[in-house]
Design a protein around this ligand. Sequence first.
Ligand SMILES: Nc1ncnc2c1ncn2[C@@H]1O[C@H](COP(=O)(O)OP(=O)(O)O)[C@@H](O)[C@H]1O
Ligand SMILES: [Mg+2]
Length: 375
Amino acid sequence: METPFVFGKIASDVEFTDRQYETQHLLNNFNGIVNTVLISPRRWGKSSLVCKSAELYCTQSKDNVVVFVDLFNCRSEAKFYQEFANAVIAATNSAFNDFVASALKYLSRFAPSFSASDPAGAYEFSFGIDFKDKKMTFDEILDLPQNIAKDKGLKIVVCIDEFQTIKEYDDPLDFQRTLRAHWQKHSDVSYCLYGSKRNMMIDLFSDPKNPFYKFGDMIFLQKIAKSEWIPFIVGRFRDTGKQIPEDIAAYIADRVENHPYYVQQLSQLAWFRTTDECTADIVDSAFEGLEAQLGLVFSLIIDSLTPTQIGFLQAVADGETSFTSQEVLHRYKLGSSANVKNIKNALEKKELIDILPDSITLQDPVFKHWLLTKY
Ligand SMILES: Nc1ncnc2c1ncn2[C@@H]1O[C@H](COP(=O)(O)OP(=O)(O)O)[C@@H](O)[C@H]1O
Ligand SMILES: [Mg+2]
């Protein structure tokens, strides 16, 4: 059976809602060859948004090309270069008659190796040499998009997900300097760099000491507003022969604080439980089901934390704001006020909290509810 909601994958077409302003904003940057930095917690819709804008960008002209690189599993420079080169060659492949020849032309010194994995021409592409001895050729890889764009008359946007990962490389500052030195000379290529670790991203792009300072247009992606979710949820129910009143659709969005991934997931669970028309009771039971399903994961998270970290999460869930006040320190057993900074950093690193200039929030609204009622 076709289900009307998606979560955990890219939302596209009818699954994609709202973000008109952001979509246009990104598209304008792509067209203007303006670099973009996009920041939000995980599962708020960065990938979906970038894909949407990329799709529009590519339909404008056959000479517009978008390259996608995901650094989630790239924990070293060598891996970065490999992913980067692979992605660029793969995305620009159609501009060439011969994939292998083009890769050899642009990456001559790497002697890359190929294997044709399917007859339709999808190549597996990998480097066969040790990167450490080949420092020189890194320049070749970083300039690859610009060189191909110039040769073939293309405009290229390179989108790099989980960009903050580069801070974990062996010599991150040196690496950033290298990247920036190359990329700022590219006149036919723009870069869209996004990531979910807010403070790491901010540090990369707004600290004057860092090479990527003022690299591009910085966008802090927000959650999707309730006013957008209501027609979306109502419409998806209707499209599949079921009903949901507007106030119940609003209730779904409320229960998970408009968190894009969870709104879709809770909608789906409620949809499954609905025969004709969805009610508040159905939403409550769907929410309980969701929480029960995640309970084990939440317990594991708790097991991995120190008592003071757990205390801090409870304080945030309770809506406390002055974490260094004697009363809060005492009530939640947080230790000294000097300790609070370390706790915050550790929890942010684990992506459990989001530290904003004026507040601290729990990233996961279901975890928050679980902490308040079940833990
Ligand atoms: N524009 C959108 N419209 C509808 N649902 C969305 C939208 N953006 C994100 N979502 C929901 O959130 C989930 C996570 O989105 P994703 O783009 O993967 O986020 P991120 O890249 O920030 O982790 C999607 O699977 C979908 O359920
Ligand atoms: Mg993503």
